[in-house]
Design a protein around this ligand. Sequence first.
Ligand code: PLP
Length: 432
Amino acid sequence: MHDETLAIHGGYTPDSTRAVAVPIYQTVAHDFIDADHAGDIMDLQTPGFHYNRLNNPTVDVLEQRITALEGGTAAMAVGSGAAAVSMSVLNLVSAGDNFVSVPQLYGATYTYFAHVLPTLGVQVRFAADDQPESIGALIDERTKAVFCETVGNPAGNVIDLAAVADVAHAAGVPVIADNTVATPFLLKPVEHGADVVIHSLTKFIGGHGTTMGGIVVDGGTFPWSEHPERFRAFLEPEPAFHGVSYADDFPNAPYVTRCKTIGLRNTGSVLSPFNAFLHLQGLETLAVRLPRHEANSRAVAEYLVQDPRVSWVSFLGLPDNPYHELGRRYLGGHVPSIMTFGVHGGHEAGIAMFNSVKLFKRLLNMGDAKSLITHPASTTHRQLKTHELEAAGISPDMVRLSVGLEHPDDLIEDLDQALAASVASSSTVSAR
Ligand code: PLP
């Protein structure tokens, strides 16, 4: 089936009610037939549901649908994208281990890696940049993963995923790719060598700024058994789940099975059935929303790039963008509707721009039907120090737009008046 069809029908077979919409199973638990039935379900020997911290029929449809779109083998939905990030790495590391990350990350991901995981004895080694050789140079025998965003938020860099995967796999290490910005409609990381794909569903997939959510997808590709020293937890009997060996007992999706039975079961970062339903609603129209997001963002970028009040524009769709060629290769010539730019007048002008919009919403999200604006250095990335901001590709004047689905002329009119206000305010500041 094509992606457009999978996004509407994937993973759902109506029950006897023949309900056309995926029902919201607002229940905590499911009635066992008898003790044998209970045991088989709890041992994951037979399909079924027991307790909704671990599995729920509405959430299950979402997991199956995203699995199909990403070309993986199984998925685990969670309560937010941040939960997907943390669970994806915690599934691999113990105290004393490390993993390697690109520096261009969403702000909360960077903070978690740089300042929280080290307190648990997990070292996150930030590569100098997103180049495969910089990443490969940091891998050693205690490295458990390479982490990247396929398209960095807000840096807008596109990872050369196949080259990064080659370097990681040569060292026996899996690649975790955060595909939030691209979505599986623009890029399928598993096809390019990623072993685990994660998303914040909160963004383009939910698509309407209503619902938090995240998901971790097992590509089913990584040969855990070939690296028994590095990945003992996948091979040796698991004491916290009646002695299973994930690689042997669940060969189709060992990574996500462990993530559910150890991570989700113990941290409880569960996605509610109602929120799963809302993400399914969003997913149904993603294929038709993305081209409109793209067309609007191209119109906005073309407007900004010719405006003398704008000092620079970073947008994948512009031919002079350093990642334009990688974008063409990995995103099939399409572009996500995220862009950054600077206004003459630096940091103050960026803040004034942020303060002056009337139609764009000033908030911390992206991928909404509504157009959004942020000033990363004072919002999403405000906890980063100057050198961390530089490594993450964030300058003090940077303004980020997530271009929505309104009429492009209205968006441009709003930016035009905000630019005028920002220039006026920064000339007042410099005249003082
Ligand atoms: N990953 C990326 C690339 C993001 O942009 C975000 C949030 O903006 C997250 C993860 C975290 O997602 P959530 O806000 O749903 O927790």
